[in-house]
Design a protein around this ligand. Sequence first.
Ligand code: SAM
Length: 288
Amino acid sequence: MERLTNISTVREILSRHGFTFSKALGQNFLINPSVCPRMAQAAVTDDNTGVLEIGPGIGVLTNELLQRARKVVAVELDKRLIPVLDETLGEYDNLKVVNADVMELDLKRLIAEEFPGMRVVVCANLPYYITSPILMKLLEERLPIETITVMVQKEAAVRLCAAEGSRDSSAITAAVRYYADPQLLFHVSAGSFMPAPKVDSAVIQLTLREPEIKPRDERMMFRVIKAAFAQRRKTVLNSISSSMSLDKGELSGILETAGVAPTARAEKLTLTDFVRISDALTEGGYDG
Ligand code: SAM
């Protein structure tokens, strides 16, 4: 349905439904006609694919997904958009719209019920105010999904796809790398959206896999990662000791056991370093 990227058509549909954009819900709808087909193509690689979409808006990406996938379940929080989606996508019988907050949903159950026998992927133009919580929910819940193909703010894309030990890496980089291999697919200019956000965006794809290296205690590892990046300009010794209220002398010994220089900055550490620190803390009797 090409008309969903046509600005005057979109304005006409939205005004007929009395819809006004909510900044708080991160509503920037895609109007660049080349973006959604590219995203859908990257996400749906065969016709036995079930797609979980988060935030369909008026259905511009959903429309492309529906043409390629066996089934699409689109979770939209804003109930004002449900009648709009009825109008724009009513012709499809492989779509289910769920009016809910994705953060509140039992996604494991939803996937089991809605996509039996299908390979499952996530594809979405994410509401930017909750990019990280959504991604962490999708990853931490160990859902049976193969890939996550999402539009995020450019800065978030850079952080999410940063190489280990590079200046752009952050706590979310390390957390994502634990569960998946990230890849930046393409850039999208701010003018591709209505209304245009202040910053450019990018589409990234996370390919999920089993962790390559596992700590004794995952909770401890994630605490250490968060603590190390809490004051990223400080040394890991200072940042971790103040964030986790650990004695500097003892922590210094633990870092040495883990083979990590106490003077290093968090961005220089690899996932293996974080696992080692975490394991040394666990072995030293600290709780995660
Ligand atoms: N997919 C559409 C597009 O590309 O034009 C809309 C994308 S817009 C950036 C984000 C969408 O997510 C909006 O429709 C918004 O209402 C919805 N949304 C915001 N928070 C949500 C949440 N917690 N759960 C589900 N949907 C949410």
